[in-house]
Design a binder for this molecule. Structure first.
Ligand SMILES: Cc1cc2nc3c(=O)[nH]c(=O)nc-3n(C[C@H](O)[C@H](O)[C@H](O)COP(=O)(O)O)c2cc1C
Length: 351
């Protein structure tokens, strides 16, 4: 069914399809019967799927990766589609438009996407206000409900902020979102903000992460802090990340973001592959799993990892978990497999 719909949707630009589909989903979810129908179709309520991780009760281990719901606009809808968790953002202190359109491209033959969005978002204050409202409404609708979707806050720096002052942007986002998210991800690995990935250098990372840990410890409730890394780091850079994560007792890592590599693409993708930006989906899968294994090995499993990169099926998710991931996230797979992706994956995790 989704295959037919997908053929039609793929005639239109990826960004307009994204907004159109999410608006349709919002319309369906605006009524209780609509929400019930979607939840019945797409939510897997198997209690065996509940995964307690870093003290948080995930209703299942399949999440939506950052960049899909940048402004926390579709949480109720994504909850109906069965996600165990959604990572909102990347959010920056000030709203920014991102790069000029078109900035997302499909590579259907390779089940991939290239994007150069450039952290378009409404800014942390607007996003925090929306999260506050959402939390209040959810509490009013189902007080004390424990089987809730977990929310992660993925934070970044504004394009105009120089790298030396990046820590201030992370601090601003951290403080504003702290009351409303369950965990944080520090994003220094997007290829679409000039110079951002230089922050993956050990001493830059230490400065940002240790600073956030200090702020976190001063709060009444500390939130787990993760670091999201690029799949393009060299082994030496990965060694540095692993050593630092163990040394400062980082709560976890997200492996990985999109890649700047264009390796292994089919000839049909040749012209689109020249677009600048990060490549995601199937061609990223192996490299991303390689990085995951490397980190689990280097940290001797002391630093939990969330896997992101090329997950489309239950077998893909299981492969990541067997490589040491505690949770998995999808993004490009959601576009190619459709709204049933969480149910399909979770069904095979616990048949
Ligand atoms: C259009 C698009 C926008 C994205 N935006 C972000 C973002 O804002 N922050 C981030 O950390 N990752 C972002 N990502 C990366 C995804 O979160 C994910 O890590 C990556 O796509 C690999 O997973 P996948 O192969 O399942 O897509 C984006 C990916 C896509 C395709």
């Amino acid at each position: 069914m989704y295959q037919i719909l997908r053929t039609i949707l793929f005639y239109f630009s990826p960004e307009s399809v994204h907004h159109f589909s999410m608006k349709m989903l919002k319309l369906i979810c605006s009524t209780l019967p609509g929400r019930k129908l979607l939840a019945a179709l797409f939510t897997n309520k198997d209690p065996q799927l509940i995964t307690t991780f870093l003290g948080l009760p995930f209703r299942n281990p399949v999440g939506l990766a950052a960049g899909f719901d940048k402004n926390a606009e579709y949480l109720r809808e994504l909850e109906c589609l069965g996600f165990g968790f959604v990572e909102i953002g990347t959010v920056t202190p000030l709203g920014q438009p991102g790069n000029d359109k078109p900035r997302v491209f499909r590579l259907p033959k390779d089940q991939a996407l290239i994007n150069r969005m450039g952290f378009n978002n409404e800014g942390v204050k607007a996003v925090a206000a929306r999260l506050k409202k959402w939390k209040e409404r959810r509490e009013a609708e189902s007080p004390g409900n424990r089987s809730r979707m977990i929310i992660g806050g993925n934070i970044g720096k504004n394009k105009v902020t120089p790298n030396e002052e990046a820590w201030k942007d992370y601090e601003t986002c951290f403080n504003e979102l702290h009351p409303y998210v369950d965990y944080f991800v520090v994003n220094v690995s997007s290829p679409n903000t000039p110079g951002l990935r230089a922050l993956q250098e050990k001493e830059s990372l230490r400065k940002i992460l240790v600073h956030l840990q200090g702020l976190n410890n001063a709060k009444k409730t500390a939130r787990p802090v993760f670091l999201k890394i690029a799949p393009d780091l060299t082994n030496e850079q990965l060694d540095d990340v692993a050593a630092l994560a163990v040394e400062i007792k980082l709560d976890g890592l997200v492996a990985t973001n999109t890649t700047i590599s264009r390796e292994g693409l089919s000839r049909e993708s040749e012209s689109v592959s020249r677009e600048t930006g990060g490549l995601s989906g199937k061609p990223l899968q192996q490299r991303s799993t390689g990085v995951l294994k490397y980190l689990v090995n280097k940290t001797k499993g002391q630093v939990p990892v969330i896997a992101s990169g090329g997950i489309f099926t239950g077998a893909d998710a299981r492969e990541k978990m067997e490589a040491g991931a505690r949770l998995v996230q999808v993004w490009t797979g959601f576009i190619y497999v459709g709204p049933g992706i969480v149910k399909k994956i979770t069904r095979t995790l616990h048949p």
